[in-house]
Design a protein around this ligand. Structure first.
Ligand SMILES: Nc1ncnc2c1ncn2[C@@H]1O[C@H](COP(=O)(O)OP(=O)(O)O)[C@@H](O)[C@H]1O
Ligand SMILES: [Mg+2]
Length: 305
């Protein structure tokens, strides 16, 4: 094990006879931004709760920083932003952060400085004196994020950090994650939404029905396949067949031809081939397969329920 921050082996959670997480084995290295992606009900939150010892596993084992999940001291090094949080409505933003700084036993002066920094970071400085009860969902999410970063954790676990956010908020989360990565912080990101935030991940695991069905470097996933849209007239059926040399996946819909390629390098040759076959090519547009397409391809459209 090189330098695993999270290491789990066959972690499992049953609620009665309902399997929430069936078999979770994974390892997250120091400094990695790890995306844990899957539809609603797939078992992401339950997995995170086991990592944080908020839920006791029914089987298997896990380690944070090489220590068993049940070891309380290990949680000093972790920041957590829960999915559904109920904050104290009557506390002001600033007071809420101060309360959490107290829970971490942070020294008062240091806490004040850190809280001011974080309020700036999440854009809540002007609302620091408002009560949480008056915060919008997006603002609560921002203060939740600030709370997760208070103790300058080595591992930050974010459960659906963008679900209540508008595009500006999502960009903020993305930038914060990039910043954390630059500082060498490990990030574990749960999400059922595929936005630009997930694009910041180094590796992603796809989970469905409580089981990890694929773990891969994001780069290889997203850059591996290319989808090419061709608009052409006079495309003969024989010409289409010939395209199978380059692509297993050729679809024609009127003038629009879609094919998937392993590499961009094939494009000039395909263009030449089509012209030789008598086609009139109006457009040839390559695009990388989006993470969202991959998500559907890997997880399916039936959701996790
Ligand atoms: N406390 C609980 N009691 C019973 N079932 C639960 C409980 N928590 C989660 N589940 C069930 O476990 C499955 C996984 O839930 P969850 O981990 O919240 O998924 P996700 O975070 O991926 O949406 C779901 O079917 C959910 O209904
Ligand atoms: Mg969840």
């Amino acid at each position: 094990m090189p330098d695993a921050v999270i290491q789990t082996s066959h972690l499992r959670k049953l609620y009665g006879d309902k399997v929430a997480v069936s078999d979770l084995s994974l390892s997250v290295e120091r400094g990695e931004v790890f995306g844990f992606l899957g539809p609603n009900g797939a078992g992401k939150t339950t997995s995170v709760k086991m990592l944080l010892h908020l839920v006791k596993p029914s089987g298997g084992e896990g380690f944070l920083f090489g220590q068993p999940l049940s070891e309380p001291m290990v949680r000093r090094r972790v920041g957590f932003m829960p999915e559904h949080f109920r904050f104290h409505d009557w506390l002001r933003g600033e007071e809420f952060l101060a309360l959490h700084a107290d829970l971490y036993h942070m020294e008062k002066g240091l806490a004040r400085k850190r809280i001011a920094e974080l309020l700036d970071l999440v854009g809540l400085r002007p609302h620091a004196h408002k009560k949480l009860g008056e915060y919008s969902k997006g603002m609560l999410q921002r203060i939740g994020l600030a709370q997760a970063l208070l103790n300058q954790p080595e591992l930050v676990i974010l459960d659906e950090p963008t679900s209540g956010l508008d595009p500006v908020g999502r960009r903020l989360v993305r930038d914060i994650i990039r910043d954390l990565r630059q500082r060498g912080t490990t990030v574990f990101l749960n999400s059922h939404l595929l936005s630009e935030v997930e694009i910041t991940c180094d590796r992603v695991a796809f989970i469905k029905h409580g089981e990890v069905i694929r773990i891969s470097a994001l780069q290889t996933l997203v850059e591996g396949e290319l989808s090419v849209q061709v608009r052409a007239r006079n495309l003969l059926p024989e010409a289409l067949q010939g395209l199978e040399r380059w692509s297993r996946n050729v679809r024609l819909d009127g003038e629009n031809l879609t094919l998937t390629l392993a590499s961009e390098a094939d494009l000039p040759e395909i263009n030449r081939y089509l012209v030789e076959q008598g086609a009139e090519v109006y457009a040839l547009r390559p695009q990388h397969v989006s993470l969202e397409d991959l998500f559907i391809e890997i997880v399916g459209t039936d959701g996790g329920l």
